[in-house]
Design a protein around this ligand. Structure first.
Ligand code: 6GU
Length: 233
């Protein structure tokens, strides 16, 4: 998978060199390049924003640097790449979105700052490629960078080969629409708290049944809306 990121803070993405995704990059499974939007300006101050038409607070990102940067990445015609635009006004990012992004051979992320990017950038690239404005959740971040980092981590670990044991991907929160069950390791007693006996019984059927009950109980208590539309039994 190839990932291009356009941002005014390319150095922000140096943390991708470490941890699990750093290894995936060393192995050539994922190639990530962060581009500096200001490299596509032509004025002395490397200006990327201007005041909004119609008035209002804040600044809007100018379309010209975005057009030059994105053309440099995808060419000047139609592209098979998917352009992801992080925005609190986008569709919500879920585990299903992460699975879809993980299937894409080429992702381009356009990180806006200020009050967002001139709408014509999305309108134009929609005529040449698939564009998805995506929100991390119902709260406001100062820019798309942190959101893109989360999306890359969630999608990147689903790319085949990135997570060593693929089995560890299936029993996680959200993979089956439920929250995950609680986990325990040694010692069997810690500060008077015991590991549930069933987990030490060696009875695999009972363990599986207990874990599923825990998933349902936890989901009902913390995220009841995740159970809507599921078979009550
Ligand atoms: Cl994707 N971007 C920004 N700037 N704020 C957000 C967001 C994204 N998702 C939630 N808040």
């Amino acid at each position: 998978m190839r990932i291009d990121i356009v941002t005014i803070f390319p150095e922000f993405f140096s943390v991708l060199d470490i941890s699990l995704l750093g290894k995936a990059r060393e192995q050539g499974l994922i190639e990530v390049v962060a581009h500096d939007l200001r490299d596509f300006t032509h004025d002395r101050h490397r200006t990327v924003d201007d005041t909004p038409y119609g008035g209002g607070a804040g600044m809007v990102m100018k379309p010209e640097p975005w057009g030059e940067a994105l053309d440099a990445i995808v060419g000047d015609g139609a592209s098979d790449a998917l352009l992801v635009v992080p925005s609190p006004a986008g569709e919500p990012f879920t585990q299903a979105t992460a699975r879809e992004l993980a299937q894409e051979p080429h992702l381009v992320f356009a990180c806006g700052r200020y009050e967002g990017i001139d709408q014509r950038v999305v309108d134009h690239y929609e005529t040449r490629m698939r564009v998805r404005p995506i929100s991390l959740g119902d709260y406001v971040l100062n820019g798309g960078e942190v959101a893109v980092m989360a999306m890359i981590e969630a999608a990147g670990r689903l790319v085949p080969g990135v997570v060593g044991n693929p089995e560890s991907l299936v029993e996680e929160s959200h993979e089956d629409g439920l929250l995950e069950y609680p986990s325990y390791t040694k010692p069997p007693v810690w500060r008077d708290l015991e590991v549930p006996a069933v987990l030490r019984s060696g009875h695999h059927g009972k363990v599986a049944e207990w874990r599923h009950e825990q998933q349902l109980e936890r989901t009902r208590r913390v995220r009841p809306e995740l159970l809507d539309g599921r078979d009550a039994s």
